[in-house]
Design a protein around this ligand. Sequence first.
Ligand SMILES: Nc1ncnc2c1ncn2[C@@H]1O[C@H](COP(=O)(O)OP(=O)(O)OP(=O)(O)O)[C@@H](O)[C@H]1O
Length: 697
Amino acid sequence: MNINKKESVVIAVREAPFRNTGMQGINDIERSVLEFSRECPKAVVVDGTVYSFDHSFDSKVSQEQLYRTLIHPLVLKALAGYDCTAMAYGQTGTGKSYSMGMTAERMSEEHVGIVPRCLKDILKYMNINDQKENHAAMGEVFASFIEVYNEKAYDLLAVDVNEPLTSRTHPRFTGGTCMPMKSQRDLLQILMLGTKNRHVRATNMNNNSSRSHAIVTIHIQQGFQHSRLNIIDLAGSESIRRTGNEGIARAEGVFINMGLMGINKVMASLSAGRSLIPYPSFNSQCSLTLLACISPHASDLNETLSTIRFAKNAKQMKITPQLSQQIHQMQEMHQNGRSAQATSNQGITQNLGRLRPSSVNIRRRPPPNANPGARNSFSTRMPQGAQPNSRRRARRAQNALLSSSDESDTGVVPTGVISPTIAEFLKLKKEYEELQRGLRELREQRAQQEVQAEEPPLAAERPQPSQLTFREFASDLFSIAEEGDAIPPPPFRLFTSSPTIYNNQDASLLHMSSISSAPSAVSAEAAVAAAEPMPSRLSTRLNSRHAQFIQDITNGQDQRPLRRSSRIASQSGGPPTERNEAAERTEGNGRAEGPSQLRATSALAAIGERFTMDGTVGSQRARLLKHRAELLSLLNTASVKDLQALPKIGPKTAMALIMQRSVLGHFRNWKQVEKLPIWKDISFSRFAKAVCIEIDP
Ligand SMILES: Nc1ncnc2c1ncn2[C@@H]1O[C@H](COP(=O)(O)OP(=O)(O)OP(=O)(O)O)[C@@H](O)[C@H]1O
């Protein structure tokens, strides 16, 4: 059986009888706004306008005639293996439930609706009955009954429908309890159970108004073929103003209208040619027959016109019916990634009697090797304007990063590392730059001295302590001893959380350099010992001058005059500042230590530190690693604005960094940072140089 596209969507209108208003004779007075003509059986005239459909039925049409004309062809399609849907749409009280035959009331044959008639024919065609052993049966038939109430799906055949766990299911409900059907009695049972459980309420417009959308699905199992016939009784669209509903009924009305709006959207999608629709009974492969129920009342004209519009739009839907077997095979292919050939026919059989997956709810599978924890992160919105290519590149890079399990990088953030603030970092960076400059000058000076020096005997060359002032010594080393200038702190100590390096006696610094901050505690041996591992590139002369100077300071033989400020400080006995404390410490020598001496001490510390570093690669490396770890910690905590304060980091890079950080959780090591795709415009090495992490110990 081949179905052409035109036959796949069939639209019909049916006129409802006049409502019983309770007012005697009113129906005799009121004229219908609908006109039907025998000459044009497909047309209906609404308020003077002609609308044409596949079928139009006036109020006198019988249930049997309606079924034979409209639904019987659909039954034949279902028996041929196609999924089909018959749906009633329209204003409340216009006979949708009556037409569909959803009620279990005992009624005369003429009033029997579509569902029982469909089942009767299907059982007959399949040679199924409950009298015989069904040896001659061509297959099996099952039925399910579900409702969608307030946007939630309920299995009306569940034992206790009010039990939330058994009745409430996923919104994209695609199946339900399937009962085997062998006779009309079986159907009556499920209709009784279903209608008993279904939400119905008396309203101004209908004494028995359905408050939910109901779906009876007849499953036809013929060998390997499994097709479905969905019969849908939609709740009626209602104007809250006209129904006068309040409370729960009003809320129900809102949900009903929302659900109908959803159907409108699906219809619009199908009209636009989209094929991925997440509804099993309303999709691009499922043949559809729509029965639009309209009211003859002039007072309902707006609702009638709205229903007519809905029916006209429904005709625009692009549906390409496919054999349900093909659909299931496609579904299996998509869901399991297996070939259609491998699809187990047994699986289809097993699906019956329990929830059956949607035949078209195909979702793209995530990449098999994707990190499950990070999968959600990929759905994180990319910055606006990001091109698909850049998104792809970013994803690739992220995958690479996530799959990299290299934890061996020495920049791993140690626990307890305090991240410096951006302000601190920038200050430290400035200090670092000054230090670099100072060291550069020092190297140049040393080079000059080495060229000039003719290596005289040490004893003769070494000046007397009294002859060597701090200024002379410091100028030898740093050329920065001008009063008020900062003394450069030692390298690699800068990038810690403590920015107070200038003109302060940093205890830890001195400790690290093996020289105590108190001159009295600096022994000549310690100083000489600190000076001993003098690097070969320092001249011997410089080395000896340094050692001599340390000894002079230790012995209090420095003859430099005190500065006025220091004298005042020591005399006033004011609050003990660091400087005053230092001054007090020198009381034993009868002299207070002034700023020059403090600078000297700092300079000593710097020199000692440097010597130690030159002599001990391990400590230098440790400081560098600490700096790197701290900076990495900073990258893990700073805001976009703060990150932009870093050198080489603009708004785009900062934003990208934050995004990558949110994807990864945090940067585990510098290798991860280096591999980020954000370094396209500026190379990572330039950034590393700018933030001083490229220094290799
Ligand atoms: N063609 C018809 N012949 C005889 N009675 C009808 C016909 N259409 C509807 N009725 C009667 O009208 C009343 C309302 O019909 P029905 O409950 O089917 O409306 P509905 O559109 O399903 O309303 P709702 O959307 O509120 O559920 C019922 O009592 C029904 O028996």
